[in-house]
Design a protein around this ligand. Structure first.
Ligand SMILES: Nc1ncnc2c1ncn2[C@@H]1O[C@H](COP(=O)(O)OP(=O)(O)OP(=O)(O)O)[C@@H](O)[C@H]1O
Ligand SMILES: [Mg+2]
Length: 318
């Protein structure tokens, strides 16, 4: 294992007693300081994989190493080094924010002034000071998710495992949480593995992504590189009037037949880098005396990537 790998997953399989083959021999590595995302539909095997990483579920076949520790034979060392926030928030306690954090600090065996120090650190890191004496059921969903994170971070874990950390949050709270997770990564050097249903979350938050479908990883790379596999950018030109036959021929001559598609109200030109070539392309089109009403650069999205590798559109939860 390279020193930089915090997680190594090798030929990992899970068969439930019911016979469901939830994870079918997956392989991946997560480097120190990365935010690694697992994107996939319901039943893909995300939670199953994360729970095996978190020592909460037995492995059927294969291996997981976290910071050199084998998840099966060295599970207590693994647990000391990871924080885990489950898919369903587990906070229906009748205590205040501060009390709950203190309770978890004590669970990890800290005593005396160390308890207050850790509670204080946790309230600051997650920006929870203003809620410290509030009862948990009174908190908004977004604040409860922050508290969930606070609790999973009390022992300064090196790896944070998050199962759908932003499901059920509104867009504003969701992007607040992204900011927070990026802060944990950059300021605390924490490595994060998370699952998500949200394309945007995968795109803006994750350094690398595994697209998982029916227990298998069907694609894995940075969001940018995954999008590149879809093909070129397209520049769309809106028209005042439809193109003439001559204009279409001229366009195909200039840009290549395979790169032009046209209908009555607009046409598109396929190019390698839409933003970079927009102005030059527009100049050529104006020289052809084509009257353009507007332009738009269309880049391949993760949605397109997902469709390519799974044959499905991802139904996003909201
Ligand atoms: N405890 C269990 N016993 C039997 N089968 C299970 C159990 N937990 C999950 N499964 C099955 O394993 C498969 C993978 O489920 P898993 O929960 O890992 O998917 P997921 O990707 O997390 O889905 P979701 O997006 O809905 O959270 C599904 O077919 C599911 O029905
Ligand atoms: Mg799940």
């Amino acid at each position: 294992m390279s020193e930089n790998n915090i997680v190594v997953v090798k030929d990992l399989e899970k068969k439930y007693k019911s016979g469901t083959h939830a994870v079918k021999g997956i392989n991946f590595e997560v480097k120190k300081g990365e935010i690694f995302g697992m994107l996939g539909p319901n039943g893909a095997g995300k939670t199953t994989t994360l729970q095996m990483m978190g020592t909460l579920l037995n492995i059927t076949n294969g291996k997981i190493k976290i910071l050199e520790y084998d998840v099966e034979s060295d599970s207590s060392n693994v647990r000391e080094n990871i924080g885990f926030a489950l898919q369903e928030a587990g906070l229906d306690s009748l205590s205040t924010v501060k009390e709950l954090i203190a309770f978890h600090v004590k669970l990890f065996g800290f005593r005396g002034v160390e308890i207050d120090r850790r509670v204080e650190q946790s309230l600051s890191l997650l920006d929870l000071h203003q809620y410290s004496d509030q009862m948990i059921p009174e908190l908004s969903g977004g604040t409860q998710r922050r508290l969930d994170l606070a609790v999973s971070l009390v022992h300064d874990p090196k790896l944070l495992i998050l199962d759908e950390p932003t499901t059920g949050l509104d867009p504003a709270h969701r992007s607040d949480l992204w900011t927070l997770l990026k802060k944990l990564k950059t300021e605390k050097g924490i490595t994060i593995v998370l699952s998500t249903h949200y394309m945007e979350e995968a795109d803006v938050l994750c350094d690398r992504l595994a697209i998982i479908d029916s227990g298998e990883i069907v694609a894995m790379d940075t969001p940018q590189k995954l999008k590149k596999t879809i093909g070129k950018d397209r520049i769309e030109f809106k028209l005042f009037e439809s193109l003439s036959e001559e204009q279409i021929i001229a366009l195909k001559d200039e840009f290549g037949e395979e790169n032009i598609s046209a209908n009555d109200s607009f046409f598109t030109v396929r190019v390698d880098d839409g933003e970079e070539t927009l102005l030059d392309t527009l100049k050529i089109i104006i020289q052809m005396e084509i009257k353009v009403k507007g332009t738009k650069v269309l880049r391949p999205s993760l949605d397109d990537v997902y469709l390519k590798y799974t044959g499905k559109r991802l139904e996003e939860l909201s």
